[in-house]
Design a protein around this ligand. Structure first.
Ligand code: SF4
Length: 324
């Protein structure tokens, strides 16, 4: 198999496009898609200046997706004075997992001279995920607790840094799996949230002042191509899985999508094209209480986070954990 661009040995056949690419041309293709996503989603504020730059916080876990995202963004915009980038690692308190991946984060940030910060659950909330899993007062999957804490920690830190955008490394496979899960769960309000939470352009999705807008510049790139990118560019990556990962439903969807993509190349892209249109329609209709208006958010009486209840979900979980 030869690369379509240069005739060198191809390392990848993208069945969805029919293309064969060598390592270098695969990397260039990934970088082009990220640039296009930045442009189409209007990520860079046109009013940003060196004196008043756009501030981006990049979630860096040390896994392949966030490592590639950080590397590519730094290549594209690292020397652009209109953008100020900072990487942020969330330390959940998981023995034998996060400390190792933190090493990969520090290596990358040091190598690229990017500012890197760590926010830990035990410092922020006084809990570690290992202990939460042990007590499990709400009888939920570990990721259900972890997701609430992570969202809060990211939001809190991004606000502290006065960030304009929060960027995460979700890839095409992640996004297609989530889309299919939401559709199969039949919750149209959740489908609507996708539009408000992660799709550009920012000004069209009615971003509010209440939360720092999210962006996913890798959402057009399949997981396998990200893994190959890491390999070709020899990036420091932590490959181990979290020992508490327990997303049985996502695992079923992942293998279903894998088979569909094998038999019908392009399935992930077509799922996302349809889902994005569907979520825009759902957002119009269901945002959020059936009347097209967002709910009034107030400040949590305990911690000051934005919430539609008197006490936010994170504080209610922390109460339950403390009482267990
Ligand atoms: Fe947290 Fe679940 Fe991710 Fe582990 S797999 S870090 S428990 S969200």
């Amino acid at each position: 198999m030869e690369c379509d661009k240069c005739g060198a040995d191809a390392i990848h056949h993208a069945a969805y496009s029919g293309g064969h690419l060598c390592g270098e041309h695969l990397c260039q293709s990934v970088e082009r898609r990220v640039k296009r996503r930045i442009r189409e989603d209007g990520l860079l504020d046109p009013d940003a200046t060196p004196d008043d730059p756009d501030r981006w916080v990049i979630g860096l876990s040390g896994g392949k997706d966030s490592v590639v995202l950080t590397h590519v963004l730094d290549d594209i915009l690292g020397r652009d004075p209109r953008v100020e980038m900072l990487t942020l690692t969330v330390h959940e308190g998981i023995e034998g997992y996060r400390d190792e991946s933190l090493d990969a984060c520090v290596e990358l940030a040091t190598d690229r001279s990017i500012r890197h910060e760590v926010v830990a659950y035990d410092e922020e909330f006084g809990v570690r995920m290992d202990d939460v899993v042990e007590s499990d007062p709400e009888e939920m999957a570990p990721c259900a607790y972890c997701g609430v804490f992570r969202r809060d920690a990211l939001e809190r830190y991004a606000a502290e840094f006065d960030a304009d955008k929060l960027l995460t490394g979700h890839n095409l496979d992640d996004e297609a799996q989530t889309a299919l899960m939401k559709i199969l769960e039949g919750d149209v309000r959740e489908v609507a949230k996708h539009f408000d939470a992660s799709l550009g352009p920012f000004d069209e999705r009615g971003a509010t002042d209440e939360f720092v807008p999210r962006a996913k510049p890798l959402r057009d790139v399949p997981e396998k191509e990200i893994a190959l990118y890491c390999h070709v560019r020899d990036l420091p990556v932590h490959m181990a899985e979290c020992p508490h990962a327990d997303e049985a439903f996502r695992g079923e969807i992942r293998s279903l999508l894998h088979d569909l993509e094998e038999n019908h190349p392009g399935t992930r892209h077509s799922i996302m094209a349809g889902y994005e249109e569907l979520s825009a329609l759902a957002a119009e209709r269901y945002r959020p209480n059936g009347d097209g208006e967002r709910p009034e958010l107030s400040e949590c009486a305990r911690c000051g986070s934005k919430t539609s209840r008197e006490i936010c979900r994170k504080c209610r979980l922390l109460d339950a954990i403390e009482a267990a």
